[in-house]
Design a protein. Sequence first.
Lengths: 434, 594
Amino acid sequence: MRKVYSKIESIAGNVITVSADGIKYEDLAEVSSAHGRSLAQVIKLKDDKVALQVFAGGRGISTGDEVRFLGHPMRISFSDNLLGRIFNGGGQPRDNGPALTENMIEIAGPSVNPAKRIIPRNMVRTGIPMIDVFNSLVESQKLPIFSSSGEPYNELLARIAMQAEVDMIILGGMGLKYDDYLFFKDTLEEGGALSRTIFFVHTASDPIVECLLVPDVSLAVAEQFALQGKKVLVLLTDMTNFADAMKEIAITMEQVPSNRGYPGDLYSQLASRYEKAVDFEGAGSITILAVTTMPGDDVTHPVPDNTGYITEGQFYLKNGRIEPFGSLSRLKQQVNKDTREDHRALMDGMIKLYAAYKESMEKKSMGFRMSDWDTKLLKYGEIFEKELMALSVNIPLEKALDKGWEIFAECFMPEETGMRTELLKKFWPGKEEK
Amino acid sequence: MKDIISTGKVVGVNGNMVTIEFDGEVLMNEVGYVKLNTPQGEKNLKSEVIRINGNRADLQVFEMTRGIGIGDVVELTRNLLAVTLGPGLLGQIYDGLQNPLPQLAEQCGFFLDRGVYLDPLPAKEWDFTPVVKPGDTVTRGDSIGTVPEGIFTHRIMVPFNLLDTYKVKSVVPAGSYPVSGKIAEIEDSKGTVYPLTMRFQWPVKRAIDAYTERLKPVDPMVTKVRLIDTFIPVAKGGTYCIPGPFGAGKTVLQQITSRNAEVDIVIIAACGERAGEVVETLKEFPELTDPRTGKSLMERTIIICNTSSMPVAAREASVYTAATLAEYYRQMGLDVLLLADSTSRWAQAMREMSGRLEEIPGEEAFPAYLESVIASFYERACLVRLKDGSTGSVTIGGTVSPAGGNFEEPVTQATLKVVGAFHGLSRERSDARKYPAIHPLESWSKYKGSVEFDKTEYARRVLYKGNDVAQMMKVVGEEGTSLDDYIVYLKSDFLDSVYLQQNSFDPVDNSVSVERQRHIFDVIFKILAAIFDFQVKDDARQYFNQLRQLFLDYNGSGWDTDEFTAKEKELLDLLSSKQKDIDETAAQMLETTR
């Protein structure tokens, strides 16, 4: 039986200190207070003093409360029983189902040996043309969705969760509004995707320490499923809340802040999570899509800035659409050569004309006279935005490419599109039948 | 591999720092091993002493510290953090502590297990040819013999840490010997005999100084990127930095350089960046052939790979590991290029450690010694004359990832103070798909390039003026610009699109030899210096569009082919068709160089 300590020597924020021996770094303990039990993790050892971070927070803990050390670090149960279930950041059920205790695995394990990584090669189809056609998502890619606060990023994630061609989804919610949590739950339930989804949800009203655990728990479980051969898509929302939780705790721990109050290891902390994205040769893969809200729509804010240096591109959500100019998938070249011969050319061609449309719009708003070409572009832009850019569009890649040609045919003469002749011959609608 | 001198006991753990209480002596920066009992058995975690106070010492642990408890034993080795030097380093992929990653993967599988340290040198036999005989006098850095390592002659040297003068007592005859086998015995002035093998250790944080003198770097280190070699050159033995926001192409530029640079050996230190990018290099280099030797590029490359999710203390060590390996090959009279990507991540690793030590922070919480540490790292680049009269060099190029893409931050500023060339990447240029996205007007170099300085300065002035005109045109429109100004603008735009920009996907254009750069720069210079006979702007624009199209084809045609000569003639004919005179200053320059 493990020793129980009943003299808490200091309580500051979420951190309590007890005198104990034989304790290992990062071990867990259980704190029993009048308000219930909570887990706590060892975050500092100094002589016989043990500092613990209490997951449920320090509020309401008495100096006489009991601390019982469990003798192991943070763990989470791993089995197929997780599927369809909803947990909090500490791994406790929040869906009235039974707590799971079999086959416990450690979270935040070691990183993958770079020599064992492979060059990404499989596309993840999402049914969203702005992703599939213009910035393909690739298996094992890590991509953030940069957006400002009012944007429908959770709707986008939910759509991707329902439509993406993967074996399973792990959704990690950090600082979610309770409404958003219910939205995710209801949408996936209605769409019939709940049975292949695991939720780890921290809502805005839950203790802040649990927020920190969400990515680690989600990714540890994802890693196990991937090793079993599953294609796992991990959706995280919102990583800015995660970074803010880190900031809050670092400041209460009296760490020296570096940039706008964030701790100096923000980059390493984010990287150690994002770098869990991997394609295991001979087994499954982990792909990460993570919402990063940009305070003040400022991409140079420390969180999006550090994220941009870590991830392989970004989706830029603006005015309810995935903006084609700010968005970039650094890995798309690995996959879009093997889809259909017109994919790359159409992708470039449509974006060039859309850029021209933007210029015409600018001219129009400044009151310049519109030429015939401008009028054509204005028509094109409008149709393009409605039929391909809107988030509600859900069509497979091939259909989206066909749609692209149809839009071209509706607005332009073949030679006006700047596409290569052999492609025009093959794909220009209405010709090959006759 | 480790000799235990003294031991200590853990009395504190905070992140990747442990505090120990010791008896006896402790050496600053010596290596210790924390003994950890895990369900998988005992593990020894490598760590380094970074502060000593009374009978307590702080150690940074190069591994995850989970599971360390109060009272755990720490063994101290009395050795500084060191790398193993010897034949077999080329073509290897190491982590920041010189642990070979492919071998580690064979042993541990997908993940990096803690506390596994493998021999960095492959256990193989080498064809040794002695160059000394018994009775000869040798000092540190002198060759005992040589072994062939791929395309190079690898010198087996007297270890750099043997400071006396020695007499060779015995040396093995030519033949095949294992890397750890004895090949010679030398005797110092006091009569102590030292057995030598092909390998020895050297502490990473001390620069290797077994040479006669340091020389001033003058010869250009050719990267085959036109913009760099012509306008902002780097010298062999010099330093340069590449700061830029994310997505501007820092890593791509370094990858191109690592392939094409005209040096003997390239050492890539992937320091705290994405693992995916290293994987591209890992998988592609063995497939690519080095145009200079016809062998696989991997044979001249060493990769030090400590990516962003690997332990942060080892990240700090990784750039020093890379520098030490570079200096070792420099001692063989070779030219070595060290590419560090990214030095910001290295500086951040220092910041994390400094925070744990509760040091008083400087700007943006970086430690106050940031500048001096960066300076002493770049100072390890040098051109030296060795004891046998030959020269060797280490060139260092580091990328910087400034927060928010703003160069006014401590790491960029500290780096700019000490480097010889600055290749600043610009978001504007990368957004406009102008690659390489180095800003031609903001970047600078203190080294001498391959093309006459006067001429490149002339071209640079055209760029400046063209830029001014472009700014002005944004306000007054094309109509409000004079024809002369407009032509300057067209000239600068022309120079930008056919010379500064380079297509890395084109088989010819992706690497341009110095010879070709000089040749085509002369053609460009004639165009820049020409005074044209145009009546209206439309004519001028059309003419320059024509010139550009021709020049791009010219860039795409193989060096010294018939196509190349034909295109050149076409270009020059087009030029003379509209040229009415030549600018006076430029004419003088042409006169003097003739």
